[in-house]
Design a protein around this ligand. Structure first.
Ligand SMILES: C[S@@+](CC[C@H](N)C(=O)[O-])C[C@H]1O[C@@H](n2cnc3c(N)ncnc32)[C@H](O)[C@@H]1O
Ligand SMILES: [Zn+2]
Ligand SMILES: [Zn+2]
Length: 439
């Protein structure tokens, strides 16, 4: 039995789009993409997921007769269009070849055996692959020492209803033919390249990819997008039956509403683009300086929220205030503190801010309800993390100890305090800084 590959899905999705693909904004984007490439005459280029060759033809022109370009794609229709264009160029593109192959399994393409390239390009395709890191690692093996890879990934609000659809599918544990969730910023693209041992030379946001800039949709229009994405455009048949569609409807609405600001959902026509290089000695690039070691990691119950901290945790404070009781559904909430700038959310799509007082903001996970952080406005440089979200196995330093119990004046009478030697405070050391509750 063979399990279904991402490539099979891609063929279903792209075959019918092949024949008028060149009439879309992709043709213009290929030109812009080329302008970021440090491409030289005489170079060997590999254009992965080349489609109809929009970029490959431009690259072939740039490397000239002494260079060579190979375009690889898996969708027959795309390659038919590419071959037709090459034929029409009647002998002008002798330095360009198109091959059919799965770019996640380049070892299967005979013609690539033993070959390496000065330049690898992946235009408008990285987000189609389930594991961007593994894909880039695989491609990096085909780069010459000092060779360059250039690729792009979507802005989180690019085709915003597609993003909402992905979140819906994820929550319902349904497979999706793309994975955009990781691509939140220029630095997420930088991170995946660096994790694959490549040195990022340039990362930027390319605005106006398809020419519409920014658009705003009224939050009530969620059902139009639901119908378009789930009923009309569901080529991968992710939402295959009525029961799944019914469930998806509520989740889609919720995810759409989460993105709304002042009743509007923003769509941003932008992508992140990066140019990264394999070190000249062929080794893996190890980021230095800025990137500090992770001291511990943590996250929520459903794993949609994950964070790392490059600073050790402070000792633990048990907060017995009424708000902590209510949001935790327990007798108190234990926190540790870290410097805010040492905390990085590596996954945060479900992180929502909760304002229960004028003095502080909390966050929690909308997927599983877990409380995650608390930050006082008088001390923004410190973030409290709920101790329950800390992944104890990840700690590279000693486990924090219980330091103090605060707001004991609000303690639940049924809570029996442990016989620890922690400090016990009726309010908190910073109580005088809190904005009084208006009653
Ligand atoms: C949006 S198009 C981009 C085409 C081209 N790079 C461009 O910029 O015009 C994405 C392409 O990825 C191809 N593709 C998706 N998964 C693939 C895989 N595993 N192996 C090869 N090609 C793949 C599709 O067939 C499609 O042609
Ligand atoms: Zn969660
Ligand atoms: Zn509290």
């Amino acid at each position: 039995m063979t399990s279904e590959r991402q490539a099979d899905n891609a063929i279903r999705f792209f075959e019918s789009r092949s024949y008028n693909y060149d009439d879309t904004w992709h043709a213009d984007f290929a030109k812009r993409f080329l302008s970021y490439l440090p491409i030289q005459p005489g170079q060997q280029v590999l254009d992965l997921a080349c489609g109809t060759g929009l970029l490959s033809f431009l690259e072939a022109e740039a490397v000239g007769p002494t260079g060579h370009v190979i375009g690889i794609d898996v969708t027959p229709g795309m390659l038919t269009v590419a071959a037709y264009k090459k034929q029409k160029a009647s002998g002008k593109c002798t330095n360009l070849d198109f091959l059919r192959g799965d770019v996640l399994h380049l070892e299967e393409t005979e013609a690539l055996k033993g070959k390496t390239f000065n330049i690898i390009t992946v235009a408008s395709a990285l987000v189609l692959f389930p594991d961007p890191n593994a894909a880039i690692e695989h491609w990096a093996g085909f780069l010459k020492p000092g060779g360059v890879i250039t690729l792009d990934s979507t802005h989180p609000r690019n085709l915003v209803s597609g993003m909402v659809l992905e979140r819906t599918a994820r929550r319902l544990e349904l497979p999706m033919p793309y994975n955009r969730e990781w691509s939140q910023s220029e630095s997420s693209l930088k991170d995946v390249l660096e994790s694959a041992g490549l040195q990022v030379e340039k990362v930027l946001t390319v605005e106006n990819q398809a020419g519409y800039g920014r658009r705003y949709y009224p939050v009530e229009e969620w059902d139009d997008f639901f119908v378009e994405n789930v009923i009309v455009k569901d080529v991968a048949r992710t939402f295959a039956n009525n029961e799944i569609r019914r469930k998806a409807q509520g989740v889609f609405k919720e995810e759409w509403e989460k993105l709304a600001v002042d009743g509007k959902v923003e769509e941003v026509d932008a992508v992140f683009l990066a140019v990264a290089r394999k070190p000249a000695d062929g080794s893996r690039y190890i980021p230095t300086g800025l990137s500090k070691e992770v001291v511990f990691t943590g996250g929520c119950r459903c794993s949609s929220i994950q964070y790392t901290s490059t600073a050790p945790p402070s000792d633990i404070t048990f907060c017995h205030c009424r708000a902590c009781q209510q949001v935790s559904g327990s007798g108190f909430l234990p926190f540790i503190d870290v410097p805010t700038d040492s905390l990085k959310f590596t996954s945060s799509s479900t992180l929502k801010t909760l304002k229960l007082s004028e003095s502080a903001d909390r966050t929690f996970c909308t997927g599983c309800g877990a409380p995650i952080t608390m930050k006082y406005h008088f001390q923004e440089e410190v973030t409290g993390l709920t101790m329950g979200s800390v992944d104890l196995d990840s700690l590279t330093v000693a486990q924090p100890r219980v330091k103090q119990h605060i707001f004991l004046k609000e303690r639940a009478p049924w809570v029996v305090l442990p016989g620890d030697d922690a400090e016990r405070l009726e309010a908190a050391p910073f109580a005088h800084l809190l904005v009084p509750k208006s009653s």
